[in-house]
Design a protein around this ligand. Structure first.
Ligand code: NIG
Ligand code: FE
Length: 424
């Protein structure tokens, strides 16, 4: 049979195959390894996966790439980022080193609000150019699909400007983008002490306009559109979060929620009841809510880069989440404040020792489960017949090195839909 591309001589072909569902419980320890493997690619999709002698017997291709006995695995999927922004938060980095708290900085008009000031001032072109460079860094770290949130506008005009920037990024970069509308990221200065008033604006004006944008965006043909809320002290309480998520759901949005990052307000339970595709952060989630998550179809996304960046030794208990049967995904949460990190291998390197994940669990969390966390589990996240050929050749012979030898660029090549889009 004819293929467009064969990647052969793969010492360790790590498929992360899951048969279509997210992985949970002990299944997260299995990354589906084929020794001496090969992958055949046709029209951007995976045509066959197997031992290389079998694949080479069955297929011929114009292009045959020798992986040199190295590891091949699915390209990473990053299911939670905030990479469209202007300015930087380097002063805040120093303030935190000296002991300031993240929510205290936010309450004093810094943090997210300081990024909002810069993002409002920036043109679309500036936002796009800066964000393209961030996507370049993510691609070099092996990420081929990225969820991006708005949330640094907090007014109708700038939130829509962020959506326009997100759309351009998808056009202009090899990485595929999944959009999330996060007008409910913080309460803007115009509504200081009136979070209810801002919530009303989000529901009556911003969400409907964002939904209209999606209807005429090319992204509609390839990705869901999510709405998200930051349920936290100094951000949105549970009744406000309910109003945002309920309104969004009625418009047609899929749902996500930032919950239990610092404080358990009951946000996880709320988002689960509303059928969120993912609930994210989960540092302060209760045992009861962990049970609810385990018995739901919702993915729990953990963001250990945040705790690491805060110099904290407290992390979301991802070990307990997995042991209770939750489907756990991993993200960088790449943003200018709490997690300035483009690298899923770095997130894995933190998750393994600090959240007690095995490298296999971390890899499944950053690939197949991350794909399910953005509603694309049937298209990407694993090397299985019929899926898009988003694959990595790694510069190592055992996939566990990805999480073990931290701080180096382990990715040798990235293929997106069967095309070489990055080479070290
Ligand atoms: O996921 N917690 C809220 N939002 C982001 C941080 C955004 C920022 O600090 O700019 C997060 O950690
Ligand atoms: Fe976030």
């Amino acid at each position: 049979m004819k293929a467009d591309l064969i990647v052969s001589n793969i010492g360790q072909l790590v498929t992360c195959s899951s048969g279509g569902a997210p992985k949970r419980g002990t299944a997260m320890q299995d990354v589906g390894i084929i020794e001496n493997g090969a992958v055949a690619v046709s029209e951007g999709k995976i045509a066959a996966v197997g031992k290389y002698d079998e694949i080479l017997r069955t297929f011929e291709a114009d292009s045959v790439i020798d992986a040199g006995g190295k590891v091949v695995c699915p390209a990473f999927v990053d299911p939670h980022t905030h990479i469209v922004f202007a300015g930087n938060r380097l002063n805040e980095f120093e303030l935190k080193i000296k002991g300031a708290e993240y929510l205290e900085i936010l309450a004093n008009g810094g943090g997210i609000i300081s990024t909002v000031r810069h993002t409002r001032e920036a043109s679309i072109d500036e936002l796009v150019e800066q964000s393209l460079r961030r996507l370049d860094k993510m691609l070099a770290c092996g990420t081929a699909t990225v969820e991006i949130k708005t949330g640094y506008g907090l007014d109708t005009e700038t939130e829509l400007k962020m959506l326009a920037a997100i759309e351009q990024l998808d056009h202009r970069h090899a990485i595929d983008i999944v959009p999330t509308f996060l007008a409910a990221h913080a309460v803007p200065p115009e509504f200081k002490d009136d979070a209810d008033g801002y919530t009303e604006l989000i529901c009556s004006e911003m969400l409907p306009l964002a939904w209209d944008w999606y209807q005429s965006s090319h992204l509609k043909t390839k990705a869901p559109f999510f709405a998200d809320v930051f349920t936290e002290r100094n951000a949105f309480n549970v009744p406000q979060s309910y109003k945002v998520l309920k309104t969004a759901k009625e418009l047609g949005f899929a749902l996500k929620a930032h919950v239990d990052e610092f404080t358990n307000l009951g946000g996880s339970r709320l988002a689960l009841e509303l059928g969120a595709v993912s609930i994210d952060h989960l540092d302060a989630i209760s045992d009861h809510e962990i049970e609810l998550l385990a018995n739901s179809g919702t993915i729990g996304i953990v963001t250990p880069t945040v705790n690491f960046n805060f110099g904290s030794t407290q992390f979301a208990d991802a070990r307990k989440l997995i042991d209770t049967g939750c489907a756990v995904a991993l993200s960088t949460d790449y943003n200018p404040g709490s997690a300035p990190c483009p690298s899923q291998p770095m997130a894995m390197a933190i998750a393994c020792p600090y959240q007690r994940l095995l490298p296999a669990e971390a890899l499944n969390a950053a690939t197949v489960n991350a794909a399910h966390a953005i509603g694309l589990g049937d298209k990407i996240g694993s090397i299985e017949e019929g899926k898009q050929a988003d694959i990595l050749i790694l510069d190592c012979t055992d996939y566990r090195e990805t999480a073990h030898e931290f701080g180096r660029d382990v990715v040798a090549c990235v293929f997106k839909a069967g095309m070489l889009v990055y080479k070290k």
